[in-house]
Design a protein around this ligand. Structure first.
Ligand code: FAD
Length: 457
């Protein structure tokens, strides 16, 4: 009997899953395998919010496979060892896997290829599963990746998109391949109270609702903090419960300026992936160093602590940081302005902020998080690396009537209109009645400090 293993990683779905499709079409039997990789735990990447979402995804994947006559095989330990063991138990001739871009994923793939080859088995790596245009598929003359988004996007838009493949009708799993228990949400502590539910059904439900009622106004409303009018599909893209290729096809079919603007954002995801694939060190090292001598010591630690806690005294910053803690997710405009506040106004190392985001974000992703942080900090691919976002101006523009701040900072909920953005301007008794901190930094001082630091380059 011809048997294959399909290793699920960041692609926890049955629809448009090329590795599964190839295995089902080419084999009699398939071992659908998920390995809870010890190396991911050791790297500190397995945090409560993502573990909870992952548990939902695996439960659904197992249920979907069972509806088709199969089941999910779950193991935990060293990924390469566990895949080799499962392949040996099933006497599988091949393993199918989706390509991924981080340094960890690239090294893992190479070790797996060698270990399988030593046992006479093949590794098939499928492109375009976690990205609509695979990393490295388009490159500029003389370089292995694009460092500027606009020319990348021009090329990206011209690429033919592969067709989405159908979910298999039946999956036959060989007898005698043991599985550990499915990881559950029980026993996880520190999960955000407002965390979204995971799983492919929920992802597809959200996508359908988005295409019907959200995408049309995306261009006009994506920066409206209180309106919350973005897709919130990022956790599903991160865990692969939705296929980015299917998302691009269906968005283009929806058509219109909203869909065009949305597809452009999806291209940002591929952009960062192709940067990381070519420069895995950008996960931790400056992509384009500005020789920053970031603030360190007790005052910087205290500022970073106030930022994490959502108590900087700048309501829009605090609102976004509290949304992050409560939901394990933050609006993109919030991510931009809180990151700029930490890295530029407070002049604290972007890695400090990126680490905090990765501890909480359900969509926390090495490529998107680290490279967006670098973009905001001016050490990445932004062509205007020294611009600084003023949190008060951002608040007036993207939360004009203060509804977002009032939602997340209850201490200020009684303040009318845009007054909520500058509580320090209130008069004595009104100010004294508020249980809310004074600003931890003067914006003009923060700006001057940052400019002085960067003028050294
Ligand atoms: C400092 C900072 C950190 C970030 N960290 C992450 C992260 O860890 N994981 C993550 O998925 N996104 C990250 N982003 C990008 C972006 O903020 C989120 O993808 C977006 O807010 C998710 O919400 P949504 O799904 O409603 O987005 P939508 O506006 O509906 O966009 C649709 C999809 O496009 C992609 N996308 C949108 N904007 C970007 C972008 N700037 N870069 C890359 N892809 C994008 C995402 O996959 C998103 O789900 C970060 C941005 C900043 C500024």
């Amino acid at each position: 009997m011809n048997v294959s293993v399909v290793l699920f990683t960041a692609d926890l779905r049955l629809h448009d899953h090329p590795p599964l499709r190839a295995a089902v079409d080419g084999s009699g039997e398939v071992v659908p395998l998920f390995v809870r990789d010890r190396a991911v735990d050791r790297a500190g990447f397995a945090v409560p919010n993502r573990l909870a979402f992952l548990a939902d995804c695996l439960r659904e994947l197992d249920a979907g496979l069972r509806e088709r006559g199969g089941r999910l095989v779950v193991r935990s330990g060293g990924l390469v060892e566990e895949v080799c063991k499962a392949a040996a138990e099933a006497d599988a001739g091949a393993v199918h896997l989706a390509a991924d871009v981080s340094g960890h994923a690239q090294r893992r793939e190479e070790r797996l290829r060698r270990a399988l080859a030593a046992a006479g088995r093949r590794l098939h790596v499928h492109d375009a599963v976690t990205a609509a245009v695979p990393a490295g598929a388009v490159t500029p003359a003389g370089s292995d990746h694009y460092a500027v988004f606009t020319p990348y996007f021009r090329q990206w838009s011209r690429q033919p998109l592969r067709h989405a493949v159908a979910a298999p009708r039946r999956v036959r799993v060989p007898d005698g391949v043991g599985s550990g228990p499915l990881p559950g949400r029980d026993g996880l502590s520190g999960v955000s109270a407002g965390l979204a539910a995971g799983g492919e059904t929920e992802g597809r439900r959200r996508l359908t609702a988005w295409l019907r009622a959200g995408i049309g106004s995306y261009e006009d409303r994506h920066d409206d903090l209180a309106g919350d009018a973005t897709s919130r599909l990022s956790p599903h893209l991160h865990f692969g419960t939705l296929s980015p290729v299917e998302l691009v096809h269906r968005s283009r079919k929806a058509g219109g300026p909203g869909a065009e603007a949305f597809v452009r954002q999806l291209a940002w995801r591929d952009f960062h992936r192709q940067v990381l694939a070519a420069r895995p060190s950008a996960a931790t090292a400056d992509y384009r160093t500005k020789q920053d001598r970031w603030r360190t010591g007790p005052a910087a630690d205290e500022d970073a602590g106030a930022w994490r806690a959502g108590r900087t005294g700048y309501p829009i910053v605090d609102a976004a940081m509290r949304q992050l803690r409560h939901e394990g997710w933050m609006h993109n405009r919030g991510r931009l302005l809180t990151a700029s506040f930490l890295a530029k106004t407070l002049y604290v190392d972007w890695r400090v902020g990126a680490r905090h985001f990765l501890e909480l974000l359900v969509d926390g992703d090495v490529a998107n998080n680290q490279l967006n942080w670098q973009w905001v900090a001016g050490t990445g691919t932004d062509t205007r690396p020294n611009r600084v976002l003023n949190p008060v101006a951002q608040a007036r523009r993207y939360d004009p009537d203060g509804a977002y701040v009032r939602r997340w900072v209850p201490e200020l909920a009684g303040l009318p209109g845009a007054k909520v953005h500058e509580p320090w301007k209130l008069d004595g008794p009104e100010r004294a009645a508020l249980d809310y901190p004074e600003p931890i930094v003067d914006l003009a001082d923060g700006l001057a400090r940052f400019r002085r630091a960067r003028e050294r380059d």
